[in-house]
Design a protein around this ligand. Structure first.
Ligand code: ZN
Length: 462
């Protein structure tokens, strides 16, 4: 069960609901089943449509020459233990080893240096959805901790000033909020402490959600890079007075952890519960045949309904498996709406509609079905979003001493003077990480007792 053993529930559901096959013979690499890949496609189509409002999609190579990767010293320090290297072409040793991108700053920014000449070239906002590779030594886990991240959406922007770049980070926060709101995933947004920012960034803002086992999952990050990379990669533009200036940059990413969140936050003991917008099948129609029934009339009605509801992704499951087995199968795959049609429904010109999120049944007249289905799709998203939000809220707990967080589930808020040494002390005593700052309240730092209104968010992250 999900509540007893989340990890086991998650691993079993990935296979049972045909999301990922974990039998590929390389640690940390997994295979998308077609059903899982459709869920991924629909989720990333939504993300893509949000980005396309003000970004352009692009593609940069997988391989990065060693000399470029090593240029930014802080950046490489953050990644050097995680890089996979290509050192040979056939039997020939390469003169310059090539890295499989762990992330693409060092692939993209040398090109920015060529592309950007004048203030008229700015801002640049691009993104790509690609695989990236990290030599993870920790325990790997499908969708969550991977050696091949298959679906990394990374956006990279360049601007004329620090202020403009800051505005871009705010726009990115708004965009990620909309993305997760449409998935019904609740989140905490916070600025990571300086010791935990992205290597090479000025500051990092992160989205975290709560997993059913009480740990936090980082599901999106946004970085203000200031001029750090611009100085390393010589990305300059001529301003209006003819002077050369460094650009200010941002980058922000979301990986397939967004799918892990959808599965984990909404799923239940019967299987997936999917937000309608990304459900590979949104409606399943199931004919109920009885011994004395006119099955031809039932089937005819089902086909009419399928046609009537064709603006949705709808499946008519008319094979001769027993209805109970079909319910089980489609519930596992998280189909938001099930429509049952039996002989009695036909005589009443009605159908039975069953919601996956609540299991509630209702009889709907066929003439009102279209309108009712549209309402139900919205209600399903609202219901699962509110349910998840309530769980998250009830797991945000204010504590007085860091020890109170030990071994407990959820997010904790505790007074903190903001200093790194006290922050690290908080982490050690609570056995949790400082994610960032919570809403301010007057108090005294739980470590050094200095009066402060800052409070830290603590959680045990994946
Ligand atoms: Zn302190």
């Amino acid at each position: 069960m999900k509540s007893d053993n989340f990890s086991e529930w998650f691993n079993e559901l990935l296979v049972d609901a045909k999301i990922m096959d974990v039998r590929y013979p390389i640690k940390g690499l997994y295979v998308w089943f077609p059903f899982g890949f459709t869920l991924r496609k629909l989720t990333y189509d939504m993300l893509r449509s949000l980005l396309d409002r003000e970004h352009e999609e692009t593609y940069f190579p997988l391989l990065i020459p060693e000399n470029e990767l090593l240029k930014e010293s802080e950046h490489i320090k953050g990644f050097e233990e995680e890089v996979f290297w290509v050192t040979r072409g056939g039997s020939t040793e390469l003169e310059v080893p090539l890295a499989l991108r762990p992330t693409s700053e060092t692939a993209i920014y040398p090109m920015f240096s060529i592309w950007i000449r004048s203030h008229a070239d700015l801002p640049i906002r691009i993104y790509q959805i690609v695989n990236t590779f990290r030599y993870e030594t920790k325990h790997t886990r499908p969708l969550i901790r991977l050696r091949e991240i298959t679906s990394f959406k990374e956006a990279h922007t360049a601007h004329t000033s620090w202020e403009e770049a800051k505005k871009q980070t705010e726009a990115a926060v708004a965009l990620y909020k909309e993305f997760y709101d449409r998935l019904g995933i609740p989140y905490v947004v916070s600025r990571r402490p300086q010791w935990d920012r992205f290597p090479g960034a000025n500051y990092t803002i992160a989205f975290d959600t709560l997993m059913p086992d009480g740990k936090s999952l980082q599901i999106g990050t946004i970085h203000h890079l200031s001029t750090n990379f611009a100085k390393t990669f010589d990305i300059t533009y001529e301003d209006r007075s003819g002077n050369q200036q460094y650009v200010n940059q941002t980058c922000y990413g979301i990986s397939e952890r967004c799918i892990a969140a959808v599965i984990s936050v909404h799923g239940d003991d019967k299987g997936l519960v999917l937000p309608p917008e990304v459900a590979p099948t949104q409606i399943v129609i199931i004919p109920i045949f009885t011994a004395q029934a006119n099955s031809e009339a039932v089937l005819k009605a089902c086909n009419e309904l399928k046609h009537q509801l064709s603006r949705y992704r709808v499946v008519l499951d008319a094979d001769d498996t027993r209805p109970g087995a079909k319910f089980y199968k489609w519930e596992k795959q998280g189909v938001p709406v099930r429509i049952e049609v039996g002989p009695r429904d036909i005589s009443k010109r009605a159908v039975t509609l069953v919601r996956r999120d609540t299991g509630k049944k209702e009889v709907v007249e066929r003439s009102k079905l279209q309108a009712r289905v549209a309402e139900v799709m919205t209600e399903v998203l609202n219901t699962i979003a509110e349910r998840a939000q309530a769980v998250l809220r009830s797991h945000i707990v204010a504590i007085e001493t860091p020890e109170q967080a030990k071994g407990k589930k959820g997010f904790f808020q505790i007074s903190w003077c903001g200093s790194e040494s006290c922050g690290l002390q908080l982490q050690e005593l609570s056995e949790a990480d400082v994610l960032g700052e919570a809403e301010p309240i007057e108090g005294r730092c739980a470590v050094c007792k200095t009066p402060t209104n800052v409070r830290a968010f603590l959680a045990r992250p994946y």
